[in-house]
Design a protein. Structure first.
Length: 126
């Protein structure tokens, strides 16, 4: 008969742990759903359907730090170094490309003495 008493005494404990496990599982599901909803929702300042504009601002020009060395007392202060311009240096345009591939005997650079492609050349052009 002890077996029945032991089993009867163990049932409420099993029921309690089962209820606790179900409550924890429900809380976990609710928490995961809230996180998913928060991640999937757009921010408050974005209206769904509005076009998104991506703007980029130019990088700020680097500034030179003030010199920390001794200064001449006769001068009013350290001479500021010139700041670099915010525009890049001008780039020279590339030379025009010869697109006339019809005649192979038209060589504009006849003074080019590059014999690196000549297989039997000994370096003597004569």
């Amino acid at each position: 008969m002890r077996t029945r008493e032991t089993a009867a005494a163990a049932r409420p404990a099993r029921r309690g742990s089962l209820v606790a496990a179900l409550v924890l599982a429900a809380l976990l599901v609710v928490g995961v759903a809230a996180v998913v909803r928060a991640v999937a929702a757009p921010p408050d300042d974005v209206v769904v359907g509005d076009p998104v504009r991506v703007t980029t601002s130019p990088a700020p020009a680097p500034t030179d730090a003030a010199p920390t060395g001794p200064t001449d007392p006769a001068s009013s202060g350290p001479t500021p170094s010139p700041t670099p311009s915010s525009t890049p240096d001008a780039v020279e345009p590339a030379p025009p490309v010869d697109r006339d591939d019809d005649d192979d005997d038209d060589h504009d650079d006849e003074d080019d003495d590059d014999d690196s492609n000549d297989e039997g050349s000994d370096g003597d052009d004569g």
